[in-house]
Write a protein that binds this ligand. Structure first.
Ligand code: GLC
Length: 751
């Protein structure tokens, strides 16, 4: 029997297209067997701190996910318990693998400062491998909240102020965690906190975010959309009110934007107890109402300390007809699909011996050192004090509370980081100088967080006893004396681990404690000073910027941070990082960011206060090198392009030459900024729309190419209330920071 083409197509193609995804098929088959209580178990996630009674819930299938279990033996034990439940559905274990698991990388704000998405991807791939080795399948990262207020403690966890850089870093993190497909060494990623958490009023953590639609669509949402386009498997809802509607009860966010507009197919987990908090938000009447509102909004899984509103109230809400079993099924399905795709039904347990080997892999530490080197930003280097020369700088004083701080230099969300494996700045410098007596250490001052941190219970070290007044005076004097005896004083100042991160917002940006006093006393000795910052946010270093010749921003540099800082100080590595955040002179300027709108008087940009110029201390994209670079020969492939042609995929191609005119090899980040001169709505003075980090030998020149298309030029118009690509004139600038001045322009013309 001859089958015509249509029949062949019908026979071979349609059935394949009609066959449901195996993960969906398995999920549906399980849903058909699960009881209502077991379904509600799958959408419940409990914190499993030691001693919390969870065994019974696991054995009876009343919980489907646990977080904060990191010991492979305990994870295996709990998976064995899950295997005793009626349908033997494995647990999915989640954890905050934010910037490393056991090998700690620089904090995310530091990683973003590398402007190196490939580096970020590689780091998260290592973090995923270490986490998966112990049996963790799901990382609550990338955190992509755009932040423009350094008072906000969690600015450390994101990629800074810019949506274009933020989107690139988000894509890289998802790729690093999940790979092209989630294999045995990958974990499910979870983009968070959806959405607008970084705009908390006053930088006060958890405070309300009031964000205009234009800012939502053009600034805060793009990194989330990028993560969804990169295939992120899960999303975490935010704590705070977004324009008076709590994110975790916000159906516009979780359904209209995330699923309807962006086609997200994974699942949404609430932030910790964020469903319960719908009641104190003044949004839900009680726990049952909170559960219904969150489920209706599109929160698949409730993260909670112990049985939450989903576990306690949904069954009775189904019986009362306030929610259907179908709605519960829709919440459960993507969670079961994720468990299938992670391979948990094949192998849920891990090999503990292998886990130990993976966590101790030396190549992970090498990667962490390279990441710390590439994340550092050289803010100032007057008189080329840096790089230090062991021949001229034979006696160093290493001073400050962050110089020998093996846990604090790891930054927040580094619970498994082992202080014994940390290379501190002091250790890194001592390893470089070698000769005994070449390096003298003095802590100088003691800094302490004056209020408790929610993470104090998880700290693996005891806070030192507070110094007496007499001891403090003595220690300060010792530091000054050490500086006097030295050729160079390396001052390592900044923040302790939990002075930054969650519930670590500040009303000031000043150096905590008496560090400024220490800084000025050491500078007063006349010994040349290098300031190294270990911190998670821009700090008030305005005085230092005028009195200290060399300033290196190392961020919280992680496990290998000290080795990286030493390599950078002695020139074995050349700083190439750039600021992912505008650096204010002081807190009075906040919020401050480069892509602001023009005021009515362009020339007054720097004079927006009568009492102080409104220029920041350091610009977004700023960063120096030991090399020198020149950017030239900006060229566009055309000066005009029809709007329709661009909508159909044609682009403006831009090229520029960058040359290393210095005497040492180094990296430069070539940055492209764009401004639409007029339109249905005002547009920012300039916006980042391309960047490339290039490595060049002395005298080497390279042509860097960018392309501007509809994706780069389209924006959400506050006038038309939709995305538009408008036939206007556009300026382009290319340079090495957001003050880029090499200029060109082009026109988009009506069809
Ligand atoms: C925290 C954080 C969130 C984290 C979660 C689990 O409150 O807001 O970022 O992933 O709880 O630790």
């Amino acid at each position: 029997m001859r089958l015509g083409l249509p029949a062949l197509v019908a026979f071979f193609v349609l059935p394949a297209a009609a066959q449901p995804d195996p993960a969906t098929a398995k999920a549906n088959a399980l849903l058909a067997q699960l009881t209502l209580e077991e379904k509600i178990g799958q959408i419940s996630q409990f914190f499993a701190f030691p001693g919390m009674p969870i065994d019974d819930a696991v054995k009876t299938g009343r919980v489907g996910s646990l977080l904060f279990v990191t010991d492979p033996k305990e994870i295996n034990r709990l998976q064995d318990l899950a295997a005793q439940s009626r349908l033997r559905i494995p647990l999915i274990f989640g954890f905050d693998v934010i910037h490393g698991f056991r090998t700690i990388f620089p904090v995310p704000l530091g990683m973003a400062a590398s402007w190196d998405p490939a580096l970020v991807e590689g780091a998260q791939a290592i973090a995923a491998k270490e986490a998966r080795a112990v049996g963790i399948h799901w990382s609550f990262a990338p955190m992509v909240d755009i932040a423009r207020d350094p008072r906000w403690g969690r600015i450390v966890e994101g990629a800074g102020e810019d949506p274009y850089l933020g989107a690139a870093i988000a894509r890289a993190q998802v790729k690093g965690f999940q790979g092209d497909h989630i294999g045995a060494d990958h974990v499910l990623a979870c983009v968070k906190h959806f959405a607008g958490y970084g705009a908390a009023e006053g930088g006060r953590d958890y405070d309300a975010s009031n964000i205009a639609d234009t800012q939502l669509w053009n600034v805060h949402l793009p990194p989330f959309r990028a993560a969804v386009q990169a295939g992120v498997g899960s999303v975490m809802s935010a704590y705070m009110d977004l324009n008076d509607v709590p994110a975790t009860g916000n159906r516009w966010l979780m359904h209209d934007v995330l699923r309807q507009s962006w086609g997200f197919k994974g699942f949404v987990v609430s932030d910790a107890d964020a469903v319960k908090s719908l009641v104190p938000h003044g949004f839900a009447r009680d726990g049952a109402d909170a559960a219904l509102r969150a489920l209706h909004a599109g929160i698949n899984m409730e993260m909670t300390f112990g049985p939450g509103d989903y576990a306690k109230t949904l069954a009775s809400s189904v019986e009362a007809g306030r929610v259907s079993v179908g709605q519960i099924d829709d919440a459960v399905r993507p969670i079961l699909e994720a468990k299938v795709r992670l391979g948990l039904f094949d192998t849920a347990k891990v090999d503990e011996a292998r886990a130990a080997r993976v966590l101790a892999a030396p190549e992970h530490r090498v990667a962490a050192r390279v990441a710390a080197e590439r994340s550092a930003v050289l803010l100032r280097n007057e008189g080329s004090l840096l790089p230090l020369r062991p021949t001229a700088h034979t006696k160093l004083a290493v001073i400050g509370p962050l110089a020998d701080a093996p846990y604090d230099q790891l930054g927040s969300w580094a619970f498994l980081g082992d202080g014994a494996e940390t290379v501190t700045v002091l250790a890194g410098i001592r390893a470089k100088l070698g000769a005994q007596g070449a390096v003298e250490f003095a802590q100088g001052v003691q800094i302490r967080r004056t209020t408790p941190s929610i993470f104090d219970i998880l700290k693996r070290y005891k806070d030192p006893e507070p110094w007496s007044e007499a001891q403090a005076a003595e220690e300060l004097a010792k530091a000054v004396a050490a500086a006097r005896r030295a050729d160079v004083a390396v001052l390592v100042l900044g923040e302790l681990q939990y002075m930054s991160g969650e519930q670590a917002s500040r009303s000031s940006l000043d150096l905590p404690g008496r560090q400024q006093e220490l800084l000025e006393a050491v500078v007063a000795t006349g010994t040349p000073v290098v300031l190294v910052l270990v911190n998670g946010r821009p700090l008030n270093i305005a005085w230092a910027s005028r009195h200290v010749p060399a300033i290196l921003e190392a961020w919280f540099p992680g496990t290998q941070g000290g080795a990286a800082v030493a390599s950078l100080l002695f020139g074995e590595a050349n700083p190439g990082g750039k600021l992912p955040i505008t650096w204010p002179k002081h807190v009075g300027q906040v919020p401050i960011y480069y892509s602001h709108n023009l005021t009515q008087k362009h020339e007054d940009q720097a004079k927006r206060y009568w009492d102080d110029p409104s220029e920041p201390l350091y610009a977004f994209g700023h960063g120096l090198s030991y090399a020198k670079f020149a950017v030239s020969a900006l060229a566009l492939n055309r000066s005009e392009l029809a709007q329709g042609a661009m909508s159909r995929g044609q682009q403006i191609e831009i090229s520029v030459d960058v040359e290393n005119t210095g005497t040492v090899a180094g990296d430069e980040v070539v940055q492209l900024y764009v401004h639409q001169r007029a339109g249905s709505a005002s547009r920012p003075i300039r916006e980042l729309k391309g960047f490339e980090r290039v490595s060049l030998a002395p005298r080497e020149k390279k042509t860097v190419r960018f392309a501007l298309g509809a994706d780069e030029l389209r924006y959400w118009s506050g006038a038309l209330r939709r995305f538009v690509l408008e036939p206007e004139t556009f300026d382009v600038w290319v340079g090495t920071d957001s003050k880029a001045s090499l200029h060109g322009s082009f026109k988009l013309v009506p069809d």
